[in-house]
Structure formats: structure tokens, C-alpha cells
Design a protein around this ligand. Structure first.
Ligand SMILES: NC(=O)c1ccc[n+]([C@@H]2O[C@H](COP(=O)([O-])OP(=O)(O)OC[C@H]3O[C@@H](n4cnc5c(N)ncnc54)[C@H](O)[C@@H]3O)[C@@H](O)[C@H]2O)c1
Length: 335
């Protein structure tokens, strides 16, 4: 199968592309190589994928309508997995326009490709952030999610709604993937694990927000990739029975949203402790107040994921954190 992955030089795209290539698929990877974080990390990921004969990597911005269309015309996709986005909750307070451009305009351009090439499955990255101010836990896909706390979350919710409309109008089987705090080797420098490990190896103080009273449903990258790979072969169908009471399958379109998380939130101080064990060092912690836009807890309901693919993420946090620290030390030649 020929699969177009946007954001293939990104953290999740890189791992997913590697897995799909190993499964025997052809992968066309596109990425704008934006400077939100160190481009060398993106280039290094791309060059690893480039070693595979069935991979072709292309530097294209999502907003480049013509460039994107020309590429798709040459490499007609059967499946599109749209991961490229301006990510990050906190940065959306600093540079909101980047989210409008990449996430709204960019996603619209990718939706047009999904329509033009009548893809078998259109998979789109969403986020646990769409649950916003919800307090009913765990977060279920059938819960209303009407109160986003940041523009990042708002653009992701808008992406869900935009793709729903196209799914309805053009019968595009679409799955919105609600990822919960993904971590692992080759992870993002703007995320807590990377920042904490970097600071601890350099004897610097780490900042822990909301005085440590924060819980996240951490999802190890290999588990997430396994879930996405399984879901890929389950494009939603309209007019079929739901798989359970919590199935978010639309009544009017072959569209559903699926949580990908383990359903086991961990508090930040336990997370820091797992890093201390992996590095064999003690953290110097500065407890900070809550940051604007942050939520105190994310917690995935995994009933739908399990009903669909008989799988949910289970890698223990200690093991996943140790894998990241191992990668970090080798990649940056430290520790
Ligand atoms: N990592 C997480 O914990 C997490 C959680 C929830 C949702 N997500 C979502 O998953 C997706 C992948 O996240 P990631 O962690 O791999 O992030 P990432 O930043 O590592 O990857 C995104 C990639 O998209 C590219 N990109 C950004 N804007 C672009 C544009 N306008 N045109 C072309 N390329 C562009 C970047 O260069 C980057 O390589 C994103 O949509 C993100 O919002 C991630």
C-alpha cells in the first residue's frame, strides 16, 4: 500500500513511517522541517528513513497548495496519515498564528488530497487537549468536548470537525487519533521528558508546574505506533453497528475519533522519579504554579480502542523512560 505521511520527520511520523516500511508498505513522507525545534533532529530522523528503498522524503510545507498537489499527483496515495502540525500547548500562547496556518490552512490542503485521491483511509492526528476543561474522567470519545483551553486545542477540535464534514460530503473514511502525551526515543525537545533529562544531565534545576500536582496519561511511542498500525486497517464505515456504547462513529459519516492512551495517568513527581532511577541522579526541582492553558489531568478511556483493535498501550513508564534516557545519552554522546 502507498501511504502518505505528513510530518514524517517529526517524532511520531518518524516512528510510524519506520514501522509501516518494516511491514512492507511504501511510504511517501512529507515535512516542512519547520524551526519550532532543532531541525537537525528532524534531518537525522529523515536520513534514517531515507535508507529504506520504499521511502521517499520530501520537504514541503502544508500551506504550499501547489507543491503538495504536484507531489500527490506523482505519488498517488492510497492512505493518508496526517500528523504534520504546529504542536505544543504552551507555544500557542506565544505564536498563535503558526497554529492557524499549519493546522487549519494546512489540514484543509491535506483534506483536498484525501478527496481528490479518494483514499481508503484518512487518519488525522488530534489530541487529548480537545477534552479541555472536562472534569469527567476518564475522557471518553463520546463525551462532549466543547471547552478548549488553548488555541492549539481549538485548532485540533476544528480539524476534527472539518474532517468530519469532508468525510460526510465525500465519503472519506476518517479516523481522528486523540493522542495522549507520547514519549520515547527521538522525542520532542519541547516536551517534559526531553527537557528534564537534558537539565538533569547538565546539573540544572527542572521546573515542575502546578507544584507537581499534574497527571498525564503517558503513552510510549512503540505502543502508539502499534495502535495506529492496527487502526489503519479499520477504516470507519457508515451504516454499520457501533462497536459499543462508547463508539464515536458518526451517524452521518464514516468518521470516528479514537483515544490512544494507556488509561493510567501518572503524576509528574513519579515521572521525575522514574527519570532519576534511569539516570542514577537526583533531580533538583523548582516547584512552579500552574501555567496558563494547562490542564491538571489527562486520562484516556480505552474502551473504544480496545473494542476496535483488542490492544491498548501497556509499556510501564519506568521502561519507556529508561529507553528514552538510553537513546538520549547515545545520540548526544553524554552521561
Ligand atoms: N507528541 C505528543 O505527545 C502528541 C500528543 C497529542 C497530539 N500530538 C499530535 O501528533 C502529531 C505529531 O506530533 P509530534 O509529537 O510528532 O510532533 P513533531 O513536531 O515532532 O512533528 C510534526 C512535524 O510536522 C512538521 N510541520 C509542522 N508544521 C508544518 C507545516 N506547516 N508544513 C509541513 N510540515 C509541518 C514539523 O516540521 C514536524 O517535523 C501532531 O499533529 C501533534 O499535534 C502529539
Amino acid at each position: 500500500m502507498r501511504i502518505l505521511i505528513t510530518g514524517a520527520a517529526g517524532f511520531i511520523g518518524f516512528h510510524l513511517a519506520g514501522r509501516l516500511l518494516a511491514d512492507g508498505h511504501e511510504v511517501v513522507g512529507i515535512d516542512g522541517m519547520t524551526s519550532y525545534y532543532d531541525v537537525r533532529l528532524k534531518a537525522a530522523r529523515f536520513s534514517i528513513l531515507d535508507e529504506h528503498h520504499a521511502f521517499s522524503g520530501h520537504k514541503v510545507m502544508l500551506e504550499d497548495t501547489g507543491g503538495l498537489a504536484a507531489l500527490a499527483e506523482r505519488q498517488v496515495p492510497e492512505i493518508i496519515i496526517h500528523l504534520a502540525a504546529q504542536a505544543g500547548v504552551r507555544y500557542s500562547l506565544e505564536n498563535p498564528r503558526a497554529y492557524i496556518d499549519a493546522n487549519l490552512v494546512g489540514t484543509f490542503n491535506v483534506m483536498e488530497l484525501a478527496k481528490t485521491y479518494d483514499v481508503r483511509h484518512f487518519m488525522v492526528a488530534s489530541t487529548s487537549s480537545v477534552y479541555g476543561a472536562n472534569t469527567t474522567i476518564p475522557f471518553a470519545e463520546t463525551d462532549r468536548a466543547d471547552h478548549p483551553m488553548t488555541l492549539y486545542a481549538a485548532t485540533k477540535k476544528a480539524i476534527e470537525e472539518m474532517t468530519h464534514a469532508y468525510s460526510h460530503l465525500w465519503r472519506i473514511p476518517t479516523t481522528a487519533l486523540r493522542f495522549f502525551t507520547v514519549y520515547g526515543p527521538w522525542g520532542r525537545p519541547d516536551m517534559a521528558l526531553f527537557k528534564f533529562v537534558d537539565a538533569m544531565l547538565n546539573d540544572q534545576i527542572i521546573e515542575v508546574y502546578n507544584h507537581g500536582r499534574m497527571e498525564r496519561d503517558f503513552t510510549y511511542i512503540d505502543d502508539l505506533v502499534e495502535a495506529v498500525a492496527r487502526l489503519m486497517s479499520l477504516p470507519p464505515e457508515h451504516d454499520v453497528p457501533k462497536v459499543g456504547v462508547r463508539d464515536s462513529l458518526s451517524p452521518v459519516a464514516p468518521w470516528r475519533a479514537v483515544n490512544i492512551g494507556g488509561g493510567q495517568p501518572t503524576d509528574l513527581l513519579a515521572f521525575v522519579h522514574a527519570i532519576e532511577i534511569a539516570l542514577g541522579r537526583e533531580a533538583r526541582i523548582n516547584l512552579m504554579p500552574m501555567q496558563a492553558g494547562d490542564v491538571p489531568l489527562t486520562f484516556a478511556d480505552t474502551a473504544l480502542l480496545t473494542a476496535l483493535i483488542d490492544y491498548r498501550p501497556t509499556t510501564p513508564l519506568e521502561r519507556g523512560v529508561a529507553q528514552f534516557c538510553e537513546w538520549y545519552k547515545i545520540h548526544f554522546n553524554v552521561g
